[in-house]
Design a protein around this ligand. Structure first.
Ligand code: CTP
Length: 413
């Protein structure tokens, strides 16, 4: 496929190098057209080297090839990233001052804009009107991601992740115009990893959770367009890019972080392995072994059930909070008294969450593994849904199900 990749003059231009890579690695022929302003952020040499094609932003280069007409005509797809407020305005009003705007006017195939700008610019009536105009003419304009912007502030205006733009572009070419991401504009809080409950300054009670499932969920939610907050207990894998990370150690810290994060979240997913008990006493100094005294006995006390508390808080709150979807995880084994699903069903009712993702555990299953097999139970009583594959594939299935539930049911309490 012949793709024209227009690069606007915003700081996010550097992320477009990864997008270009995704296109070329998928075998596409890409011509990059940077605006004059964008070359202050990323120089043309970068685009030439990565695309393997000459790069120009002037209608006066190679005039004999009539580039200002030819490139738009020949393109199977035009992608503009980052689409700045200025570029959206120029495109909406049909200006033709440089090679990129000429190309947009000559484009015969689908056109995709991936905006990135400051929140106030994105929300300004002028930009809203320009976006409406472009969409009205059949162009696809992605919603920007929400999160940290160039300065210390945050809000909608971040360039969507390169993979998200790539997926949207491929969907657009296949004629899919309704590719609004399932969690666009949603805030999703995900707890991941295993809590550690200290005994003394050097020892703790922990568990074997690797955090892989929670991180895979964070990636899937981010790629589905959500603003993601990862409440990270102990994890053996690094958190993914493009998500806000809050580090916690104990169940009590996780409880505090989860209750705070839930208040402005559309979805809370409790995939962390939370210790059900903690040592009743935490010694300030290292517990010593002494020949002249008895071996220590560790008394445990119950930790609060965070998932259950999240549900109670949601149910007691006003209408808006009641839209919040709460998802729990359960590691289950069957025994002589009942099978896995019967136990899971009972847990779903006990916890009161909306969805319960059930892992069937055995000694070799789930912990630290890259593949997984789950059943998703819904409190609404719909049929159990099975999903299996890599943790990434399972996470995508879970996130898609969450998107479906968010868009179909309300309120939940
Ligand atoms: N959970 C929680 N707070 C706890 C314990 C667990 O929020 N103190 C959450 C977990 O994050 C998970 C779900 O509850 O979403 C798991 O429930 P749990 O009762 O711990 O089930 P299991 O781990 O399967 O163990 P058990 O059957 O022994 O209760």
């Amino acid at each position: 496929m012949r793709i024209v990749l227009g690069v606007g003059g915003g700081i996010a231009a550097y992320k477009v190098a990864s997008l270009l890579r995704l296109f070329t690695e998928a075998g596409h022929h890409v011509t990059v057209i940077p605006t004059e302003a964008s070359t202050r952020f990323v120089g043309t040499a970068t685009w030439e080297a990565l695309s393997g094609n000459p790069v120009s932003n002037s209608v006066f280069d190679d005039v004999h090839q009539v580039n200002h007409v030819r490139l738009g005509h020949e393109a199977d797809l035009v992608v503009v990233a980052p689409a700045t407020a200025d570029l959206l305005a120029k495109a909406a009003t049909g200006q033709a001052g440089d090679l990129l705007t000429n190309t947009l006017l000559m484009a015969h195939g689908p056109v995709l804009f991936a905006p990135a700008m400051h929140t106030e610019m994105w929300q300004h009536a002028a930009t809203r009107a320009n976006v409406e105009t472009l969409r009205g003419r059949g162009a696809a304009v992605l919603e920007p991601a929400t999160g940290r912007l160039t300065g210390a502030d945050s809000g909608p205006g971040r360039l969507p992740e390169p993979q998200v733009i790539f997926d949207a572009a491929m969907a657009l070419v296949q004629g899919q115009t309704d590719f609004q991401l399932p969690l666009a504009g949603r805030t999703v809080t995900i707890s991941a990893g295993g809590t550690r409950e200290p005994l003394d300054p050097v020892r703790f009670l922990g568990n074997r959770s690797s955090g892989k499932q929670g991180v895979a969920l964070a990636v899937a939610a981010r790629n589905a367009g959500a603003t993601v907050r990862l409440l990270a207990a102990h994890m053996e894998v690094p958190p993914p890019a493009g998500v806000e990370v809050v580090s916690v150690e104990t169940a009590l810290q996780l409880r505090e972080a989860a209750l705070a994060a839930a208040s402005d979240s559309d979805v809370v997913i409790m995939s962390a392995a939370v210790a059900d008990f903690r040592p009743a006493v935490v010694s300030d100094t290292k517990i010593k072994k002494r020949d002249d005294s008895a071996d220590p006995v560790i008394t445990l006390v119950r930790n609060p059930d965070i998932l259950h508390e999240l549900v109670e808080v949601r149910n007691a709150a006003g209408d808006e909070a009641r839209q919040r979807l709460i998802v729990g995880f359960a590691a289950e084994t069957g025994d002589s008294h009942g099978d896995v699903l019967a136990y899971a069903e009972a847990k779903l009712q006990r916890k009161g969450c909306d969805l319960l993702v059930v892992n069937h555990v055995g000694s070799d299953k789930v912990f630290g593994q890259d593949t997984n097999s789950v059943v998703i139970l819904a409190r609404s009583g719909s049929e159990p849904q099975e999903a299996s594959g890599t943790k990434a594939e399972v996470s995508e299935a879970i996130i898609n199900r969450i998107g479906f539930e968010l868009n179909s049911v309300s309120p939940r309490a």
